[in-house]
Structure formats: structure tokens, C-alpha cells
Unconditional design. Sequence first.
Length: 299
Amino acid sequence: MALIPFDDRDGTIWWDGEMLPWRDAKLHVLSHGLHYASAVFEGERAYNGNIFKLEAHTDRLISSAKLLGFEIPYSAEKINAACIATLAANNLTDAYVRPIAWRGSEQLAVSAQLTKIHLAIAVWPWPNLFGADRMKGVRLGLATWRRPHPQTAPTASKAAGLYMIGTLSKHQAEAEGFDDALMLTWDGFVGEATGANIFYVIDGKLHTPIPDCFLDGITRRTVIALAKARQIEVIERHIKLEETAAATECFLAGTAAEVTPVRQIGAQTFTPGVITESLLADYEALVRMAPAEVAKRAA
């Protein structure tokens, strides 16, 4: 399939309170967000016309901005309504949703007190990150770059700048013939993939790293809740890479990846089993429920 450039598409983008034609949604080259990475964003998915866990994503967007020292000039309710309106304006029911907030071009220096804060929301059709045949399992290389210490970066935020090392790591993995990369934490424990959290099945229990220097994903929390509903014990801990040799199953969890089995990390192989398949099925059923039913199950 031919690649469609993101700046040359039909559609509508919500920009600072207005609906703009897709091709008109442009910013100045001297925007602070471009030069100094003063931008935060969310990745959301709509299923059957409903944006899954929209409120949680919006709350995290607002929180991420505050961690970067700025406030988005719209309430959570306004942002939620704008996401829904943008989905409708593009006549989509199943789509990826991308809100992004950034500092503008009024001031270009490390200090950015005088910049205006902008918010834009775009939606587009985007199937699972790893494609239709993801059920066979993806292959991960081992990244050279590590997730930073939380005292060196606002690691609890979904900040644009934190994805630079993810891009570098994924490019390296793809050059080596892998689908993605496993990144370690700054102190050498298992972290996450470049854009998704990771889970291992060891002795029938679900093990996942403590997100103390990377994002505690909304999909991650959803999978944990689904596992507990199935009476699967979930252990959140620091995991040494060598400990994963005992794992029989492994999978990724994230908005773009959804729940995706892993069949290889470096030289180690896994076979998707009952726990992975059950949680994947539970997740796919949950995201297509009405928002009221999702909220009821989370209560």
C-alpha cells in the first residue's frame, strides 16, 4: 500500500477551537515545540464510534502539559468534546485519535514564558501498529538506548521529546530485521518497547515492569484489570533481562499496538499461549463495548 503523506490528505483537523481543512493545519517553522520539544500528545483509538477511555487520555494530556510547565487553555470537557467532534467531522467510527498541545512561535529561546499554548486534534484510519498478521507474534531487538532516570526527564508525561530515543531504537531494530525494540531502564532492568508496555507469563503469573521511568500506559492498566478479573495473579516488579528466560509467553500492550503477542526478543523465543490469547480476546471485546459498560466494568 502506498504511503499517504500526513500533510497532504483530505479531512478536518480541530485546531485551537476551529475545524480546519487538513491541508491548512500548519504551524510556523520557529514554533518552540519544534525546536525545544515543548509538546505533549495522546494516542487514542475509537471503536464503533466511541473513543476508548477518552476521559483517562484527556486527563493524562493535561497532566503531561503541567509536568512540562504549561497549562492547556481548554477544560477536560472541552477537549473530550473536541475529540468526539473531530471523529464525527471526518466520518470515522474506527480510527486513531491524536491530540497534541505545544508552545507556539511567540518566543524562541530556552525560556518560553511568553509563548501561546496551542491544541490540535487529528483522526485517521490506522489499523494495529503491527498489521493484520500480528497474531503470529512480533520480533523485538534489544535497544542500545535506555529509558532515562526520572530525575533527568519528566518520564511520567507523554512528552514528544521522550520519543526521540524510541525512534532511534526502533530504526536500529528495523535495520536488524526486527519489528520493534525492547528498551531497558536507565539502571538495566526490563523497561518497555518503543511505544508499548510489556508483559511476561512466568509460572502462570503475569509479570510486568514497574513504570518508574516510563509511561504507565492506559492499555497497560486495562490489561492488568482484565487479568485480575480472570483471577490471574499480576506481579509488578523490577525484572532483570536474564529472568525472562523463564517466561513462556510475552506480549505488548499499548493504544497503537493494542494487545500484540511477542514471539522473539533477541535470541529468546516465545509461543503465544492461553493467557495471551485470553487477554487479547478480553481486550478486543472491551474496547467495542459502550462507554457506560466499560466504566461499569472498571468500577
